[in-house]
Write a protein that binds this ligand. Structure first.
Ligand SMILES: [Fe+2]
Length: 408
């Protein structure tokens, strides 16, 4: 029973889509051999959702780990609407690239003190992306500090030369805070469609770069798994629910009893967090961020309780090697108008190699990301306790009433 719950979605979910959203909704799943991913077509998210509809989407993600709600009409589906939708999944988090902390860019500020000052869109670095392909590619209008723009369109200062940026390191979003991110979601606006690299894909595999961007010292097999990334701009995922389920029960029991010490900064005492989580809706168990150093040089490596730093690394490198096996991997191809939601407790992900400094629309990659913390809410506005918001959301951000009441 446990195994089937990871590999297959319960049949009632598909039936509920027809009942709750209408017969015309198409449902595809899984998207990966591991059982990860579901894709629905025919739901217009520019309309506010009823509680039963929200509940069904939450249930679907709790089983499938990743959910795409395809085909939003970007003429009508605004980033305000996107943020309103995100409020159902948790409290949207202001992204550090959108505010200053103590007068400095928060993204580079390891310490978490200093007053927070949200930056208007025009002052953000990403605003320069709008100057690259005028009339062809521009960000949808927004001012919210919760919207992270992920793009390979760069401003003049950053656009020195065309180059290929290596993929990122495997991670989950904001696992280094006491309350980690629950879901993140992308709205895709532009995706690269050029396939004119010599290998017939968007990009060639990046040149050999030794261990970078990882710390040296991991074994060759793990390094090869880490660096086997998609070449057409897909986001790379690995399914930590299927990876956990595939382990012998004795190993599962050991991992369920394991806690890891996470820290924001190296000198902090940090806190203990469970390595295995159980989704409260589906009961599916998964590994949360089972990676020794997911942000090398930015956040400190984690330690396993009752292990030395060296033992912790060996233990977690073995676990990462298991999670990154091909049978648990899924490269998600984005399409314009797709909203793709993933559960950070049930997956790890990384960005692919990306051409940057591009000057053709067919190379443009432009996605908007929102991330949410805390419990889902079937109705809006959310009813988060003000103290909880202050404790867990940078700057005490809340989506303003103008966003929650957005109507199309
Ligand atoms: Fe991420």
């Amino acid at each position: 029973m446990h195994e089937t719950s990871v590999k297959y979605l319960p049949a009632h979910l598909e039936h509920r889509f027809a009942t709750i959203f209408g017969e015309e909704v198409q449902f595809e799943r899984p998207l990966a051999a591991s059982g990860m991913g579901a894709r629905v077509v025919g739901i217009d998210l520019s309309n506010p959702l009823r509680s039963a509809q929200v509940e069904l989407l939450l249930d679907t993600l709790s089983h499938s780990r990743l959910l795409t709600i395809a085909g939003q009409d970007l003429e009508r589906f605004s980033l305000e609407t996107f943020e309103r939708f995100a409020n159902h999944w948790g409290a949207p988090v202001a992204h550090p690239s959108n505010f200053l902390r103590g007068g400095k860019p928060a993204q580079q500020d390891g310490a978490s003190d200093g007053a927070i000052e949200y930056q208007p869109y025009a002052h953000r670095r990403v605003a320069a992306a709008d100057t690259v392909l005028p009339g062809q590619v521009a960000c949808l209008p927004h001012e919210s500090p919760a919207v992270l723009v992920a793009t390979n369109l760069l401003g003049q200062d950053d656009r020195k030369e065309f180059r290929l940026k290596d993929g990122g390191t495997w991670h989950t979003d904001i696992e280094y805070e006491q309350l980690p991110i629950y879901v993140s979601m992308f709205l895709a606006h532009h995706v690269p469609v050029a396939r004119d690299a010599p290998n017939g894909q968007w990009v060639e595999p990046p040149a050999e770069s030794g261990s970078a961007p990882y710390f040296p010292g991991s074994d060759d097999e793990l390094m090869a798994l880490r660096k086997r990334l998609p070449l057409n701009g897909e986001t790379a995922f690995a399914d930590t629910a299927a990876a956990f389920t595939a382990l012998p029960s004795k190993e599962q029991a050991k991992l369920e009893a394991t806690q890891v010490r996470r820290r924001l900064n190296a000198e902090d005492e940090g806190w203990l967090a469970p390595l295995v989580r159980m989704d409260p809706r589906s009961g599916v168990k998964s590994l949360h961020s089972p990676v020794w150093a997911s942000r090398p040089g930015v956040r400190p490596p984690i330690e396993v309780e009752n292990m030395t730093p060296g033992e912790s690394r060996d233990f977690l490198d073995d676990l990462e090697k298991h999670v990154l096996q091909p049978e648990f991997r899924y490269d998600h191809m984005h399409a314009p108008g797709d909203v793709t939601i993933w559960n950070n407790y049930m997956s790890v992900h990384t960005s692919p190699p990306i051409k940057i400094g591009v000057n053709r629309a067919e190379d443009a990659r432009l996605l908007y990301r929102l991330s949410c913390k805390g419990a889902p809410s079937l109705v809006l506005p959310r009813d988060d306790d003000p103290t909880w918001i202050t404790d867990h959301i940078a700057g005490g951000y809340r989506s303003p009433a103008s966003i929650i009441s957005t109507a199309n």
